[in-house]
Design a protein around this ligand. Structure first.
Ligand code: COA
Length: 350
């Protein structure tokens, strides 16, 4: 059975840089608060009416296709991970297929909705398809257009300062060499579903009387579609219980990395490069310390881009690789935690 290797990586971030100071024009916050709590200095925002999640994904995809030395017609399956799609449905997978102009071959396109863990989940799904011999060139994309749906008033500041826009992509191929994905570990715990969520619009219709929906609980808005009340009263914005996310994330990141290492008979010290989902620099630093890794063994770029959810790992992987920080034979570890809660890790022999 072949293994799955990453044959090409690409990323795209919008030109528009939005600094912490820029945010102070819209909400009561400060550069100092944001840097201290999250490590973020600036983020990129896509241009409304000119860019979409799919068009950003397409930029990253073209770069990954070129790096892999294949043509778009060689792609035989698409997997698209995002929580900020162009449409409620259909998903971005088919839109990307159209955007890239590979409709002639009528290849399959799958959408993954696992938020910050989306890329790690996607990698694992692609790995199974490649190992089974079903596909030879899978295009896996993570892309987000967060800025279109954030609350830039002071009420929304806890969430809004963290997230940024961008896209990353990889081409996955079979390999007979001793390289590629060694293992993936995937987990979830739906009891925390509403702790980091955007529940409107949806079919819940105020169904869960026992669930605290946060600031909009008592309104029981519900309904399948957006109501005027939802729009006017800020119920269409994401909610995050920051402290609960933080506490759970630091535990689960370390746990799932150790689980993957153990299953391969490897030690923490064997990791050459850890690329954690760029949730928060403080979380990444906590994980680094817990695993006893040096600064050279961990790659972070949240300072420049904020948290780009499904795009954060492929953007970081692309930058780390381009900077020569990942060499052939290295043990690369990817790990993510996010909304759901969902979390996972992947070990790759480069
Ligand atoms: N600017 C200034 N003040 C802010 C602020 C902002 N952007 N956001 C919140 N505050 C204020 C709060 O209103 C609160 O004020 P109060 O003490 O007067 O009530 C104070 O800062 C502390 O708020 P709190 O929510 O307790 O802060 P925190 O230390 O938990 O930090 C996060 C908030 C979001 C940075 C932190 O919880 C976190 O990083 N969580 C993980 C988030 C994450 O990684 N999400 C992505 C998961 S994939």
């Amino acid at each position: 059975m072949p293994s799955t290797k990453i044959a090409g990586i690409g990323h795209y971030v919008p030109e528009n840089v939005f600094t912490n100071d820029d945010l102070t024009k819209y909400m009561d916050t400060s550069d100092e608060w944001i840097r201290e709590r999250t490590g973020i200095e600036e983020r990129r925002y896509a241009t409304k009416y000119k860019e979409t999640t799919t068009t950003m994904g397409a930029h990253a995809a073209r770069a990954a296709i070129e790096k892999a030395g294949i043509s778009k017609e060689d792609v035989d399956f698409i997997i698209f991970c995002t929580l900020s799609p162009d449409y409620y449905f259909p998903g971005c997978g088919v839109l990307l297929q159209r955007e890239l102009g590979i409709t002639k071959t009528e290849i399959g396109a799958l959408d993954i909705r696992n938020q910050c863990s989306g890329f790690v989940y996607g990698l694992s799904v692609a790995d199974q398809f490649i190992r089974s011999g079903m596909y030879k060139n899978i295009l896996l994309v993570g892309a987000e257009f967060h800025s279109m749906g954030l609350d830039f008033s002071t009420e929304g500041r806890t969430v809004s300062v963290i997230f940024g826009d961008g896209a990353g992509a990889v081409i996955l191929q079979p390999t007979e060499e001793s390289e590629g994905i060694l293992t993936s570990k995937l987990h979830s715990d739906g009891t925390y579903a509403e702790e980091l969520a955007l529940i409107n619009f949806g079919s819940h219709s105020g169904y869960h009387d026992d669930i605290d929906y946060g600031f909009h609980n008592e309104d029981k808005p519900g309904g399948l579609f957006a109501t005027e009340k939802m729009v006017n009263e800020g119920m269409m914005y994401p909610y995050m219980n920051g402290q609960k996310v933080f506490k759970k994330a630091v535990v689960k990141f370390v746990e799932v990395i150790n689980e993957a290492l153990k299953s391969e008979g490897l030690e923490q010290s064997d990791i050459d490069m850890l690329i954690p989902h760029q949730a928060n620099l403080r979380i990444a630093q906590f994980v680094q310390k817990s695993l006893g890794l040096s600064d050279d063994q961990v790659f972070n770029n949240i300072q420049k881009y904020g948290n780009t959810t499904a795009a954060s790992i492929p953007i970081a992987l692309s930058e780390a690789h381009a900077a020569g920080k990942i060499k052939k034979g290295d043990l690369v570890c990817l790990a993510a935690f996010g909304s759901g809660f969902t979390w996972g890790s992947t070990l790759i022999r480069w």
